[in-house]
Design a binder for this molecule. Structure first.
Ligand SMILES: Nc1ncnc2c1ncn2[C@@H]1O[C@H](COP(=O)(O)OP(=O)(O)O)[C@@H](O)[C@H]1O
Ligand SMILES: [Mg+2]
Length: 220
């Protein structure tokens, strides 16, 4: 199991966002999380990615849990809802920045890995563009390349279709399915039911701070 979440709880002051949430994600699996606005979906993804601290419970990624200091934090990645690209950096710079900083291999190796993802995600020719020169779908693909270049076992997407038209949503479905086929465990937070029906192997619902499993999905 790539990701094991056990009884995690998170509050902001008096606001208990979620309590005792548990679930698991395996390699190659696409898990979708549904929930109304304000139910805590983004907070959950931020907790999984160590951008917020949990109050209790345990998050284990590749057999390493969140209580271990100095752990490798690249086992999980997040594609933010608004992509969070660095506006003053080019496409290539956005993608290579983190692996260069983390010294994940030599410079040549990192650039060649970046070029592979640029090619796979159909961004050839855009290497020197700045985010403002890209469409929403292209920005999202840069955000995906930036996350993938760190070789995560788990990749999270926060409302990936909220700013996209139907055609671009079809492209993102295919990209997510391809990433899962490569063995990455995928977590997608969305309220786009059609999109979820298209990609989900399993769906869970976050409601009133609790999580419940939705049945009738097929994971082949
Ligand atoms: N940094 C924060 N500080 C305080 N409250 C927050 C913070 N982030 C989110 N919240 C609160 O947590 C709840 C869940 O928010 P969020 O995770 O963004 O929900 P969703 O993504 O499901 O719409 C909301 O009540 C929100 O106001
Ligand atoms: Mg949200």
């Amino acid at each position: 199991m790539s990701l094991i979440v056990e009884n995690i709880s998170k509050r902001f002051g008096d606001n208990l966002v979620f309590k005792d949430v548990s679930f698991q994600v395996d390699r190659g699996e696409i898990l979708c999380i549904k929930g109304k606005s304000g139910e805590g979906k983004t907070t959950l993804l931020r907790c999984l990615n160590d951008l917020e601290k949990i109050d209790s419970g345990r998050i284990t990624i590749n057999n390493v849990d969140n209580r271990q200091e100095n752990r490798d934090r690249t086992g999980i990645g997040l594609v933010f809802q608004n992509y969070n690209l660095f506006p003053h950096k080019t496409v290539m710079e956005n993608i290579v920045l983190a692996p260069l900083y983390l010294k994940q291999g030599g410079e040549d190796e990192i650039y060649s890995r970046a070029r592979e993802f640029i090619y796979d995600l159909g961004l050839q020719g855009k290497e020197d563009f700045y985010p403002y020169q890209l469409s929403g779908g292209q920005k999202q693909r840069v955000a995906i390349a930036r996350a993938c270049v760190l070789n995560p076992s788990i990749l999270c997407f926060d409302e990936p279709t909220s700013a996209l038209d139907i055609e671009t949503t079809g492209q993102i479905s295919k990209i997510i399915k391809d990433l899962a086929k490569r063995g990455i465990g995928i977590i997608v937070v969305s309220h786009d039911n059609q999109f979820i029906d298209d990609i989900a192997h399993r769906t869970i619902i976050l409601s009133n701070g609790h999580m419940s499993e939705e049945v009738n999905n097929s994971f082949e």
